[in-house]
Design a protein around this ligand. Structure first.
Ligand code: PLP
Length: 364
């Protein structure tokens, strides 16, 4: 089995697994304590959470607070809903290629939602940012798109948001640990399972001085911003994975660029969706006109890859991202997404490309 779906989720790093195991230990071990308890077992678990918080904080700019959440989706909800009083219906602006976590939350807020277009390369159109509607309270632009891998000008977007008097939220789920942190953002959302950590934990970074309100109330954990008992195991796994991704950032970037070039070379006649320059090379969204993607996926069962976005796959709807870059329905439906990273080797790319090429040729 060849796993080429790194944008959907990444394999757990052995280092992250090792960091987690002691905090799953019970009933005879000592790692099962509640990190919010005052006794010794609780304090040990709290120390693991503190260390993890420091490790995860290294993914972000200096001068902010890390709030652990259950996912990036929850972090995004906390940012978008918690940064204004309940019922505030001032306008928000979001890029057209945001993840559903941002798009659907923006719509659920109940006020006007301005959708900022991207160009044919999948990069934010800056002219629309210069014309933000007056009274816009929040602008959200992602760092790296999950479907086509394009890197967004988040520094410029943050400046434009601030010039308009708005806060800037960056969904850095696909860029954290890979690129520089979006330094000018007010809030940043990340997810552990996209950087070789465990599923079930994410984080929201909030710039110092920005007051937000909780969307989950209860025991008052996470400085009152996210009630609920933290999992020391998930925190520890997230922390170890974050440290590792920072340490291996340069080599990981070079590695995926080599793999990307190889894959594109091995699929002649296919067209890459999105910029071939401003991208995270661990993503290759590529199309072959007339391709029946469902048939390809059923013919090539030994390769795990995705038809468009993992979130939209199965829905039968063409991807909103491919539509936003100007693809018609037929072209969007003939696109597939390959995602790879630290644990993918060149032999896997060669093997997968051969299987895909042969199966696609059988459709001619
Ligand atoms: N934002 C982006 C860009 C994503 O790719 C994803 C997951 O696919 C999310 C948000 C949601 O992350 P989570 O699975 O942690 O809720």
């Amino acid at each position: 089995m060849i796993y080429l779906d790194y944008q959907a989720t990444t394999p757990l790093a052995p280092e992250a697994r090792d960091a987690m195991l002691p905090w799953l230990d019970g009933p005879d071990g000592t790692g099962f304590g509640n990190p919010h308890s005052a006794h010794r077992l609780g304090r040990q678990a709290a120390a693991a959470v503190d260390l993890a918080r420091e490790q995860v904080a290294a993914l972000f700019p200096p001068g902010g607070t890390v709030i652990f959440t259950g996912s990036a989706t929850e972090a995004i909800n906390l940012a978008m809903r918690g940064s204004a009083p309940v019922g505030d219906t001032r306008p928000v602006a979001v890029s057209a290629i945001e993840h559903a976590a941002v798009l659907d939350t923006a719509r659920a807020l109940g006020g006007p939602v301005d959708v900022l277009p991207v160009d044919g390369e999948g990069i934010l159109d800056m002219t629309s940012l210069a014309q933000l509607r007056s009274g816009t309270r929040l602008v959200a632009v992602m760092q790296v798109n999950n479907e086509i891998g394009t890197i967004q000008p988040v520094g410029l977007a943050a400046d434009a948001a601030h010039d308009a008097g708005a806060l800037f939220l960056c969904d850095a789920v696909q860029g954290a640990g890979k690129l520089d942190a979006p330094a000018a953002a007010d809030m940043i959302a990340v997810s552990a399972h996209k950087l070789h950590g465990p599923k079930g934990i994410g984080a929201l970074w909030v710039r110092d001085g920005l007051a937000i309100e909780p969307i989950i109330t209860g025991g008052g954990q996470e400085q009152g911003l996210r009630s609920g008992t933290l999992s020391p195991a998930l925190c520890a796994g997230f922390g170890a994975a974050a440290s590792l991704s920072i340490k291996e950032r340069i080599s990981a970037g070079q590695h995926v660029e080599t793999l990307w070039k190889r894959l594109v070379d091995l699929l002649p006649g296919w067209t890459v969706n999105g910029s071939t320059a401003h991208r995270w090379f661990g993503n290759c969204n590529i199309r072959r006109e007339g391709l029946d993607v469902a048939r390809l996926m059923s013919d090539v069962r030994d390769v795990c890859f995705s038809a468009g976005s993992a979130c939209a796959s199965g829905s039968g709807r063409p991807s909103h991202v491919l539509k936003a870059i100007g693809l018609d329905v037929a072209s969007a439906k003939s696109s597939v997404r390959f995602g790879f990273g630290r644990y993918t080797d060149i032999a896997a790319i060669d093997h997968a490309a051969a299987l895909i090429r042969e199966a696609a040729a059988r459709q001619d």
